[in-house]
Design a protein around this ligand. Structure first.
Ligand SMILES: CC(=O)N[C@H]1[C@@H](OP(=O)(O)OP(=O)(O)OC[C@H]2O[C@@H](n3ccc(=O)[nH]c3=O)[C@H](O)[C@@H]2O)O[C@H](CO)[C@@H](O)[C@@H]1O
Ligand SMILES: C=C(OP(=O)(O)O)C(=O)O
Length: 441
């Protein structure tokens, strides 16, 4: 098992290029199953979850060609539907959350699909009702095998209809959209999620010949077509990485430039960091963060304590709340972090408390952070990363802390952050990978 050993407390300096967006990758990669023609995707991040999905596509029969470090061509001409029955599919399909999005395209193109209970972070209940209720509305039959933990769908014909989504689920919307593009007639999806990931997926599908309107809103209209063709698609930079680097710069008093961020696609994210008191400038399409000793959390207009809460887009993404929380530990002022979507995503605060942070976990969804205003530094400790974003938050805390920290279970971090230790080393961070004995942790 690998761990990161970090000697913190040093300011970093330099420029960093965000990787392509993990959660967009998982959607657009699944969409290659909708056509027998070639689809070329660039700015694909080299991270565990994405590589697992690419491997799964290959196992299903998709021809995968890596034409450069971050560009792949996919051709889903001959798909092996018997692969669903293999034990290998059971273990690989459950290895990540994003695998659930192969169901919509396979159902639309081949009339059947199956998936084991997907993986992803253990951050609370992660139900899939929205996906399967949507498929059923389009005319699919759904069967859950509780012994094998397998979700099965099949359909002779998918027919367009009005779908009021059970909740604005990100992967659920992507899945239902990918099923509806090849359905007969018009589908209207209301209460659709509209994260940039989904906007990118819909734009790509339209380039393949789909007819989707309402992109970027929660009301999508999809006129079904008989056939989709090939296309080329370039992925957006990862907005969660961008937010993580803003948090990193603030916590470590570093001067960092985050390159080519596609600022206009970041929605409310920059203004939430600004409310936490972080100063930054937009230089061209780069975010420049000067080294700043202190940053002060805003209050609301009436003087009450700021709340940062997650919400479906264009609200603040839950995937950045852990980063905001860790940053707040060294800010001047107080903030209430309200993680509405996931009930087990705030438990990592016990590690920050061990490091010296002042945090009250009010309940599983809410934590009050009392900022230390750099009165003293956090202290390095040995800890385990529970999930991808908590993992990066702990990494940021360790880089700002006095002394040595060890972070175990870094596979979680590597699900979503490409070459993270070498990119941080390039900024001057003292971080290295070490082997540890799993039996000790
Ligand atoms: C692979 C991928 O893309 N993963 C992302 C995707 O997961 P995923 O698509 O699995 O998440 P969903 O959008 O389905 O839902 C996330 C959680 O929020 C709850 N919920 C959702 C919508 C809503 O209106 N009300 C509500 O309470 C759901 O019940 C669930 O517990 O979206 C999540 C929410 O942005 C992100 O954290 C994940 O990083
Ligand atoms: C929760 C996340 O990922 P996943 O849905 O893949 O578990 C995330 O990206 O923050």
């Amino acid at each position: 098992m690998n761990a990161f050993e970090i000697h913190g407390g040093k300011p970093l300096k330099g420029a960093i290029i965000p990787q392509g967006a993990k959660n967009e990758a998982l959607q657009v990669l699944s969409a290659v199953l909708l056509t027998p023609e070639e689809v070329t995707i660039s700015n694909v991040p080299d991270i565990k979850d994405v590589n697992k999905l690419i491997e799964l596509l290959g196992d299903l029969g998709v021809q995968v060609t890596r034409t450069s470090k971050d560009t792949y061509t996919f051709q889903a001409k001959d798909i092996d539907l018997d692969y669903f029955r293999s034990t290998e599919f059971k273990s690989k399909g459950s290895g990540l959350r994003g695998s659930i999005m192969i169901v919509g395209p396979l159902l639309a193109r081949f009339g059947k699909a199956a998936i084991p209970k997907p993986g992803g972070d253990k951050i609370g209940r992660r139900r899939l009702d929205t996906h399967f209720l949507g498929f059923e509305k389009l005319g699919a039959r759904f069967h859950y095998d509780p012994d094998a933990h397998f979700f099965n769908v099949d359909a002779t014909n998918l027919t367009g209809t009005y779908i009021l989504m059970d909740e604005a689920s990100v992967t659920g919307t992507a899945n239902v959209v990918m099923a509806a593009v090849l359905a007969k007639g018009t589908t209207t999806i209301y209460n659709a999620a509209c994260e940039p990931y989904l906007q990118q997926l819909c734009k790509m599908l339209n380039r393949m010949g789909a007819k989707i309107s309402g992109i970027g809103s929660n009301l999508l209209t999809i006129e079904g077509v008989d056939y989709l063709g090939g296309t080329e698609h370039r992925m957006l930079p990862d907005m969660i990485e961008i937010g993580s680097f803003i948090g990193l710069a603030a916590m470590t008093e570093s001067e960092i430039t985050i390159k080519d961020v596609h600022y206009h696609e970041l929605g409310i994210i920059p203004s939430v960091f600004a409310k936490l008191g972080v100063q930054f400038e937009l230089r061209g399409d780069d975010i420049y963060i000067p080294s700043q000793k202190n940053y002060e959390i805003d209050t609301f207009i009436d003087g009450s304590i700021l709340t940062v809460a997650d919400a479906p887009w264009p609200g603040f993404t839950p995937d950045l709340l852990s980063i905001v929380l860790v940053m707040a530990t060294q800010a001047k002022g107080n903030v209430l972090i309200h993680q509405k979507m996931f009930e087990s995503r705030l438990f990592f605060v016990d590690k920050l408390i061990d490091m010296g942070a002042q945090i009250i976990l009010c309940d599983p969804h809410r934590a009050t952070v009392i900022g230390l205003n750099k009165a003293f530094k956090l202290r390095g400790i040995e800890m385990t990363s529970p999930d991808i974003r908590a993992g990066v938050s702990l990494l940021i805390a360790a880089l700002s802390a006095q002394g040595k920290s060890i972070i175990h279970n870094i596979e979680q971090i590597e699900r979503g952050y490409q070459d993270i230790e070498s990119r941080l080393q390039a900024l001057g961070a003292d971080i290295r990978r070490v082997e540890t004995n799993p039996s000790l942790h």
